[in-house]
Design a protein around this ligand. Structure first.
Ligand code: NAD
Length: 246
């Protein structure tokens, strides 16, 4: 896969799946820009990547502030002249029974996992329409198919990600902009490292491939969907979960 002269933005690119996605695109010759939530973590990630000879730029817009998102995209666009791929990866999860979830917790998960995607996708669409091409990729989850037995906000947000993906795919297809999502299963990142072992072990037993996913498994799916090899694929939520069922 060759992303030479392609400008790729990855939100939540400072660690986990996002960081691995940044590396994967860079290895395939893309110009990569990572977004993170704070200046400190963004600078740290950019510095650590530099030590691995991976040179990327980092920004930390508040993804829920439309004007801030617009300003950062404008800056990137004026520097490179185009924005080819947007990977909406930043996301948070939630645990606990509904009685313990505050309305503000539910709101904050919807804010980052859904509303932020509206902001970045809206701004990216403007540039992609002008260019006559583009790819928007979203990060859904296995729970967007099955729900989960606690932490209702997270699956709710990921069902919405699928809705946004399918609808935007239909709206933007006439403009040669493809929109797809990847739905990871349990993947080996901080999000999962924070979960109790008693919860993860029995889950591995139910996975036919007998392991949890690695961030590179997900990054590879993003690479494929962003590439010309997927030029006839849009509106798809691709499961990357080792589950052997649709
Ligand atoms: P992670 O916690 O390791 O990384 C999350 C990323 O999101 C970080 O780069 C962080 O900077 C960014 N982020 C967090 N809060 C933010 C905010 N308020 N504003 C901007 N950025 C913010 O998580 P991960 O496991 O790498 O997850 C990445 C994506 O994959 C998420 O959308 C998550 O829902 C999804 N996912 C993960 C798993 C899993 O098992 N790890 C499974 C399914 C889906």
């Amino acid at each position: 896969m060759d992303f030479e002269n392609k400008v790729v933005i990855v939100t939540g690119g400072t660690r986990g799946i996002g960081l691995e996605t940044v590396k994967a695109f860079y290895e395939n010759k893309a110009t990569v820009i990572l977004f993170g939530s704070r200046e400190e973590t963004v600078n740290k990630a950019v510095e650590e990547l530099k030590n691995e000879n991976i040179n990327v730029e980092g920004y930390y817009p508040n993804l829920n502030n439309y004007e801030e998102v617009e300003k950062v995209f404008e800056e990137i666009h004026s520097k490179y002249g185009h924005i080819d791929v947007l990977v909406n990866n930043a996301g948070i999860s939630q645990k606990g029974p509904i009685e313990n979830i505050k309305a503000e917790d539910f709101e904050s998960i919807m804010n980052l996992n859904v509303n932020a995607l509206f902001n970045t996708s809206k701004v990216a669409t403007k540039y992609m329409k002008e260019q006559g091409q583009g790819v928007i990729l979203n990060t859904s989850s296995m729970v967007s198919k099955y729900g989960q037995p606690s932490g209702v906000g997270y699956p709710t947000s990921k069902f919405a990600v699928n809705g946004l993906t399918l609808s935007l795919a239909r709206e933007l297809a006439p403009f040669n902009i493809r929109v797809n999502a990847v739905a990871p299963g349990i993947t080996n990142t901080d999000m999962v490292k924070n979960l109790p072992k008693e919860m993860i072990a029995p889950l591995i037993g139910t996975i036919p491939l007998k392991r949890i996913g690695e961030p590179r498994d997900i990054a590879n799916a993003f690479l494929f969907l962003a590439s010309d090899m997927a030029s006839y694929i849009t509106g798809v939520v691709l499961s990357v979960d080792g589950l052997a069922r649709s």
